[in-house]
Design a protein around this ligand. Structure first.
Ligand SMILES: C[S@@+](CC[C@H](N)C(=O)[O-])C[C@H]1O[C@@H](n2cnc3c(N)ncnc32)[C@H](O)[C@@H]1O
Ligand code: SF4
Length: 373
């Protein structure tokens, strides 16, 4: 049985996007040392590593192959099953390929906002990797195998916990905090051995909430033994956490070198309205602590929050401009209104609102200046 893992190239997905200031920003962002980006995706596709990992625990006789989709009418290699992770941004491309290959079987999973691609008829949909493995009459076992990407330069993603205890209204992260077992964390670390990386990205949504964050220094030492090029961890966490200097010192001692901080907007009324557990003082204190600890800081900023106007955007921009020498880069997001216009919008385009548009241009211009400093 031959599985062909198909990954649609971001170059094909992004071909429709405007080549504007955001595109320029993203190109430059990946020039930072250690910000390794494979040519065809932001990071090595976790879904492929997870399926390959769980297949190893079955008795199936199988072979695997990676196929990067760079053209709409690409000729597929020979295989028994063609696997895709389908998102709103690549759904039309996958449907087109399945329609053009009626004799082939497409096994798909992922996150799409409307119908689950029941048409064309050669697409089979799986709600999870577990159900995919179970469809071959085996129990799912969590494991990872990146051998299809051996030697590739990337920033691997390590999960120590899932969920977040906060309830910011714009965010869809589940509020149940779950901690991964030591065994599952070890499987992830071992699976990174065939990859070429300088940094590891912690997938935990608010790092420091789950108790096992204190084990990070052990993980740092294990990784360092196998990879002398290892430069440390990138984590995402809240200003409320980093307001505590002792927490920031512990991050440093655990090998964290870059912190992504959910600033979102520098306006107390908007932060309060969205239930964000911080105010502008918390943010300023967090940045002070992180900077004094020589941490590289990346504030997350959202464009399009309700209540933003010329004045509120000016306030955020003034804050970012004033603090720019303390920032490593900016993470800039368009507000995704899940359940309303919904969907997977990991690429930024202008929203059409004049204030949003001005801020979009200003904040990316500032972002470029920060990247150059
Ligand atoms: C995991 S959180 C960041 C770290 C930390 N939990 C915090 O909130 O400070 C990741 C970032 O995703 C962005 N984000 C979350 N929900 C979003 C949405 N609906 N639209 C756009 N950006 C969003 C926010 O900028 C948020 O800071
Ligand atoms: S703190 Fe961060 S992860 Fe948690 S709900 Fe708010 S935005 Fe989401």
């Amino acid at each position: 049985m031959h599985f062909v893992f198909c990954q649609v190239s971001t170059n094909l997905i992004n071909a429709e996007l405007p080549d504007d200031i955001a595109a320029e920003y993203y190109r430059k962002q990946w020039d930072k040392p250690g910000y390794y980006k494979p040519e065809h995706f932001w990071e090595v596709p976790l879904w492929i590593a997870e399926i390959c990992g769980s297949l190893k625990h079955t008795d199936l006789e199988y072979t695997t192959e990676l196929c990067i989709i760079t053209e709409h009418d690409q000729t597929l290699p020979d295989g028994d099953y063609y696997l895709f992770s389908v998102l709103d941004v690549n759904k039309a491309i996958v449907e087109g390929i399945a329609t053009a290959n009626p004799g082939k079987i497409f096994m798909c999973g992922g996150y799409v906002t409307n119908d689950l691609m029941s048409d064309p008829m050669n697409i089979f949909w799986y709600g999870s990797i577990e159900t995919f493995i179970e469809s071959f009459h085996y129990n799912y076992v969590y494991d990872l195998d990146y051998s299809l990407f051996s030697g590739m330069q990337t920033i691997p993603r390590l999960t120590m916990s899932t969920g977040c205890k906060h309830h910011c209204k714009f965010c869809t992260v589940p509020d149940e905090l779950t901690t991964l077992s030591v065994c599952d964390i070890r499987k992830q670390i071992e699976s990174f051995e065939c990859l070429n990386f300088r940094y590891i990205y912690l997938n935990d949504k608010t790092f420091g909430q789950a108790r096992n964050w204190r084990d990070l220094w052990v993980i740092r030492d294990v990784i360092k033994q196998n990879n002398p090029n290892f430069g440390g961890f990138i984590v995402q966490t809240t200003a409320a956490k980093c307001k505590n200097p002792a927490f920031v010192r512990s991050l440093v001692n655990s090998g964290v070198v870059i912190v992504e901080l959910g600033v979102e907007t520098y306006n107390d009324d908007i932060l309060r309205a969205y239930n964000k557990p911080q105010n502008t003082d918390t943010i300023a204190q967090a940045i002070y602590n992180l900077y004094n600890a020589y941490m590289a800081i990346i504030p997350n900023i959202i464009i399009g929050l309700d209540g933003e106007n010329t004045g509120t955007y000016r306030q955020t921009l003034e804050f970012l401009t004033q603090e720019r020498h303390r920032f490593y880069m900016l993470n800039i997001y368009n507000l995704a209104r899940y359940g309303e216009d919904g969907g997977d919008t990991n690429e930024l385009t202008q929203t059409g609102n004049a204030d949003d548009e001005r801020f979009y241009n200003d904040v990316f211009r500032l972002g470029l200046e920060i990247l150059r400093q």
